[in-house]
Design a protein around this ligand. Sequence first.
Ligand code: ATP
Ligand code: MG
Length: 351
Amino acid sequence: KPLVFSGVQPTGNLHLGNYLGAIRKFVALQENNDCIYCVVDLHAITAQLVHEDMPGQIRSIAAAFIASGIDPKKHIVFNQSAVPQHAELAWIFNCVARIGWMERMTQFKDKSGGKNAEQMSLGLLAYPSLMAADILVYRGTHVPVGDDQKQHLELARDIAQKFNIDFSDHIRRTGYGVDIKVGDEPVHAYFPMVEPLIGGPAPRVMSLREGTKKMSKSDASDLSRINLMDDADTISKKIRKAKTDPDALPSEVDGLKGRAEADNLVGIYAALSDKTKQDVLGEFGGQQFSVFKPALVDLAVTVLAPISGEMRRLMDDTTHIDGILRDGGERARMRAEVTMKQVREIVGFLQ
Ligand code: ATP
Ligand code: MG
């Protein structure tokens, strides 16, 4: 049975990349799946240990989930640290995974850029191991994420596979495994192979200032991103200032090749309006950015204003959000403990 899991770090202001790459997909997936959506606070302390207002950051991510349309009664919304089983499984995965696997991750290379080993936490290196545990502690199968997380999900598969192989005799003995196929190989597995859900017209929203860098919470320039909480004037200013080239928009998607900034804005428009990039070019092909940008501003404001309005309302009174997180945490803990009891037995820990 499919189980959808995903998480967002409480590391700052949510932006359009988080919304289009992740949260908008979370909302759509609720219809036909059992979903667990997590505010991954344990991840948030990997790059920066001390946060000025961690409780407020956690609540604001949860508020964004709810304001975007996630139903916390039908599904589960919680914060990661409320379920200690994530960290417990991550420890076991730290012993399954190899240091070299972690060092090869591009996110680690990006986030450690310019720093030496004395300046980075061990947690930053082990980040993908905790991420694998987040998903697999629920034996999650489908993970909606932005394109930047693809490599981490491949690593989650590698960890699951190595656990299944290293403990294959134990898994058989306990009877908790199932027969699955990995490619054409039949294996007796405890953990499933997770599938990334990445597609859509904007799988990686790029910075508005640099077409080669992804839009990020941690980018120093606020002009590089559209925050979910930006007001209409700010959105308008940022889109008007967004870097572009001097040419008109092409009529065919092929014409966006080699035009990273144009491609990015067309992808954003398409994702916000649930259209394809070709549909958007059908409408705007041949037009200048002086026409396209104001249309994009209107669209972005129309989609984001109700969400930010609702987020503000939810953040006014924290008891509602705190109640949702507490209830979600309890339900998540019960499910995670079912897995951990079995994992402890497979590994051979007395309990
Ligand atoms: P940080 O800079 O702290 O890592 P972030 O903006 O990358 O913050 P995360 O909390 O790491 O945000 O990621 C949450 C989700 O948003 C993930 O699924 C990630 O793939 C997605 N995401 C982040 N940035 C983008 C982007 N620019 N385009 C599409 N999806 C994105
Ligand atoms: Mg990130």
